[in-house]
Design a protein around this ligand. Structure first.
Ligand code: AMP
Length: 587
């Protein structure tokens, strides 16, 4: 199906988008100028993320402005102004200082989305320690692996998580000197070798002077899973904040007074770059929801909190699509101005559904753990071509490339030709390496390009279109097939809620396309439905690309950050080892 471009008005905006003239802003943009929009530490002490996010606002007109509003699972609400956040993060920085932590030492966090997580993250950065978030749903082994690769010195966690996951690991983590527990004094009394987080906070001073911080000092360590092998720790530096800030302005269209909700967990990079840092550097209000997805609850939150900008993920959008648009009509979502999505391809169907459901299209954007911030995006003022990731941010040079056998790189200039998506290194949130894995890091570069591992193409107007992870691409009878295209088509069928597509080895074709499909409520798996789906896909995609086989599944396996785990579908289909499944979401 050819999706119609979604046009945007040329004028008459209620809030004028920050990026009105893409070509002009791109032509005039420089990272040096972007850096000057931040303050830097007083008296030339360098650049520290937490200072830009918190202290500079707390010292100025935004001191009493709401920085974070936390919504607990049981309906609790806790508000933190910029002044509150300053005092609390200063306390935590003092806690770390008193524990004797040196600059660069790692502080791991294993909690749900609770206020202590946000306070610890920013306090860690103030003391020039490295913030390393972990998903609270990780089991003991992924936790052990990451803390030991990252040489964690401190772990902040809750009593429950400690008892369930960490206690048994302590002897295997000799470098982990301090475990700070969040819990009641009664709960804590019974647990040896740990410290009381809240007691340490109370004892600590609420003023802390951030020491001079080199913009290149290590700030964040985010683990990312490869298809094989151990998780890799992508290292980011304080200077990344320049990119967080700038992309908040152009890709997410932050304006003063905005109320922003990023649904991502800080256990992965979106939840840190945009769930913590970017809204705060802009001095706006950020909503944190402790609970997991629930469509009605989410719409209620958008209404009650008067959310203006909402950053979510395709997996959530698909879940909302499953529930349908009727329920949305019960809510007043008139404050909502801009919706964006990241993490995996956003099916064109979903972009258009947003328009129908919210009166706003969903703006897909693309980036990776390694890039630290949004690289390619659909913008508030720019037309949307459903299914496209949009155009590169100002300051970001992207290209479609092919790597030659001798390692050199050929840039593919022609439009509509598939190749690897590559970026010219040099933006501030670019990762500085994989911790202790220099060879793996160096393999990501060739001929002055950073190779993303994604296949994509560019149309003649400079919009980028995602084809697939190079590892996931299906090669069938001479065709290269991106699983996303097939999944998107299947999702256009009224019975399909989600689809995951893989290549299955085949003696004649090399691989054939196989789809795993989860159905919407009200539809039951049957042979008739399977045939209907096969026919539907064949009509839309043609025989060369349509799935040959379709299996019905209750759920398509996904990572906790919502990405379809095609390699797991494939391993299960072929009876191969499942590899690293530490990020798998458990339904
Ligand atoms: P991670 O580092 O875990 O955030 O994963 C990054 C990968 O997710 C990218 O290399 C893409 O394969 C995929 N991804 C993220 N955002 C998008 C998007 N908007 N469209 C397509 N793929 C995406």
């Amino acid at each position: 199906m050819i999706w119609k471009t979604i046009e945007k008005p040329k004028q008459g905006w209620a809030v004028v988008p920050n990026l009105l003239d893409y070509d002009q802003v791109r032509a005039e943009f420089s990272w040096q100028a972007a850096r000057r929009e931040l303050d830097g530490l007083p008296s030339g002490g360098g650049l520290n993320i937490a200072y830009e996010a918190v202290d500079r606002h707390a010292a100025g007109a935004l001191s009493e402005h709401l920085a974070l509003r936390w919504l607990g699972k049981r309906g609790e609400i806790r508000d933190f102004t910029y002044a509150d956040l300053r005092a609390l993060t200063d306390r935590f920085a003092n806690v770390l200082k008193r524990l004797g932590l040196d600059a660069g030492e790692r502080v791991f966090m294993l909690t749900g989305r609770i206020p202590e997580l946000y306070i610890s993250a920013l306090g860690t950065l103030k003391n020039r320690n490295v913030f390393c978030p972990l998903f609270s749903a990780f089991g003991p082994e992924p936790i052990r692996q990451r803390i030991s690769i990252g040489d964690g010195r401190v772990l902040v966690t809750t009593v429950t998580l400690y008892q369930r996951k960490i206690a048994e690991l302590r002897s295997a983590l000799p470098g982990l000197k301090h475990v700070l527990l969040i819990g009641t004094p009664d709960e804590l009394r019974a647990i040896p070798d740990t410290k009381d987080f809240h007691q340490l906070m109370e004892q600590a001073d609420n003023r802390f002077d951030i020491p001079p911080t080199d913009p290149e000092d290590l700030a964040l360590l985010h683990f990312t899973s490869g298809t094989t092998g151990k998780p890799k720790g992508a290292m980011h530096v304080h200077q990344a904040v320049v990119a967080h800030h700038m992309t908040g302005r152009y890709a997410l269209d932050f304006h003063p007074g905005d109320i922003f909700w990023c649904t991502a967990d800080p256990g992965w990079v979106t939840g840190t770059s945009y769930g913590i840092i970017a809204p705060l550097t802009h001095g706006i209000t950020s909503i944190i929801d402790e609970a997991e997805f629930d469509a009605e609850r989410w719409y209620g939150l958008l209404e009650q909190q008067k959310v203006t900008i909402w950053y979510t993920a395709p997996t959530a959008v698909r879940m909302m699509m499953k529930v349908g648009t009727e329920v949305i009509r019960k809510f007043d979502l008139s404050n909502l101005r801009f919706i964006a999505s990241v993490g995996e391809p956003l099916n064109p169907e979903a972009v258009v559904w947003g328009q129908e459901a919210f009166g706003l299209p969903i703006h897909d954007n693309w980036w990776q753990t390694e890039t630290g911030g949004i690289m390619i995006a659909n913008y508030a003022a720019m037309e949307i071509r459903p299914g496209s990731m949009g155009r590169p941010l100002p300051g970001i040079d992207a290209a479609i490339v092919r790597q030659r056998k001798d390692g050199t790189v050929e840039v593919v200039d022609a439009p509509e030709v598939e190749g690897e998506l590559a970026l010219r290194p040099g933006w501030p949130s670019m990762f500085r390496g994989y911790l202790n894995e220099d060879a793996r890091y160096r393999k990501c570069f060739a001929d002055g390009w950073y190779l993303t591992g994604d296949l994509a193409k560019r149309d003649r107007d400079g919009f980028y279109w995602f084809v697939g992870r190079i590892d996931d691409v299906i090669k069938s009878a001479g065709h290269l097939i991106g699983p996303f295209e097939v999944e998107s088509t299947l999702m256009e069928h009224r019975a399909v809620a989600e689809a995951g597509v893989i290549g299955k080895p085949d003696p004649t074709a090399g691989e054939v396309v196989k789809a795993f499909v989860a159905l919407k409520p009200g539809f039951a798996a049957s042979e008739d439905l399977r045939l209907d789906l096969l026919g539907f896909a064949r009509r839309r995609l043609g025989v060369a690309v349509a799935p040959r086989e379709i299996d019905f599944v209750a759920n398509v396996p996904k990572t906790r950050s919502g990405k379809i785990m095609r390699r797991l579908l494939k391993a299960r289909e072929l009876g191969l080892p499942e590899g690293d499944t530490s990020t798998l979401e458990s339904d």
